[in-house]
Design a protein around this ligand. Structure first.
Ligand SMILES: Cc1cc2nc3c(=O)[nH]c(=O)nc-3n(C[C@H](O)[C@H](O)[C@H](O)COP(=O)(O)O)c2cc1C
Length: 216
């Protein structure tokens, strides 16, 4: 059992990465082999719309034709038993880097001839972690749940299943006195001390579930 996680934040040790590390710790404790891939340092772009992955008579099914630094990562995905994507919310959706990754991850497995039969060779469990500045109470008003659900459902459709984990009201930096901000500093600090450890605990549990493999 191999669980691969992907950090779609440019920061390698902040909210998103921390949650992914806890998730992978949970997966490791449950007996899985784990790998964390930081997406930002990789030189890659989103789908080039070349449609090589849709050509009749192509040599390989489910393979993106682009030859860049994402290619070996996508090759390892083919052998993975569970995937976990983590992203900060940027302007109400995934970071640009995460979106580029999702296009490249999913499109080769999209079966235009029969949407109900993706080209990914088996069903696996996936997870999707979002971290965001806004407090939980604002999510509906901002339309975030619908945006998250669209991405979650797409992952489930391509790979088998997908579970969502949201971490709200994250701290954007260590010291709120150093940056312009209309945020309630004390509330941020309180949230960091009480809620974020709880988010990490939920991430650990998610990782353990991913390590159990696909369940319909
Ligand atoms: C360019 C940019 C856009 C952002 N847009 C939003 C947003 O629309 N909604 C939100 O709740 N937080 C937004 N944030 C805050 C981040 O989502 C939040 O701080 C997140 O936890 C950062 O993850 P990280 O610590 O892993 O980098 C934005 C941050 C940046 C840098």
């Amino acid at each position: 059992m191999k669980v691969m996680a992907f950090n779609g934040s440019p920061r390698k040790n902040w909210n998103t990465a921390t949650l992914l590390e806890h998730a992978l710790e949970g997966a490791r404790e449950a007996g899985a082999e784990v790998e964390l891939v930081h997406l930002y340092p990789l030189d890659f772009k989103g789908c080039a719309s070349c449609f090589a992955c849709k050509r009749i008579g192509r040599e390989e099914i489910g393979v993106c034709a682009l030859k860049d630094e994402l290619r070996p990562v996508l090759e390892r995905v083919r052998a993975a038993d569970a995937l976990l994507l983590g992203t900060p919310v940027y302007y109400g959706c995934e970071s640009a880097c995460t979106r580029a990754f999702i296009e490249r991850l999913q499109f080769p497995y999209l079966n235009y001839a029969d949407y109900s039969k993706p080209h990914f060779p088996r069903k696996i469990a996936t997870g999707l972690v979002y971290t965001m500045n806004v407090p939980e109470g604002l999510l509906e008003r901002l339309g975030y749940p619908a945006s998250f659900e669209r991405t979650r459902a797409n992952l489930a459709r391509h790979f088998g299943s997908c579970e969502l984990l949201l971490a709200t009201n994250t701290s954007q930096y260590d010291d709120y006195d150093k940056y312009e901000a209309g945020f309630d500093k004390q509330d941020k600090a309180r949230h960091r001390e009480t809620q974020f450890p709880e988010d990490c605990r939920r991430a650990r549990e998610l990782g353990a579930r991913l390590a159990q493999g696909y369940r319909p």
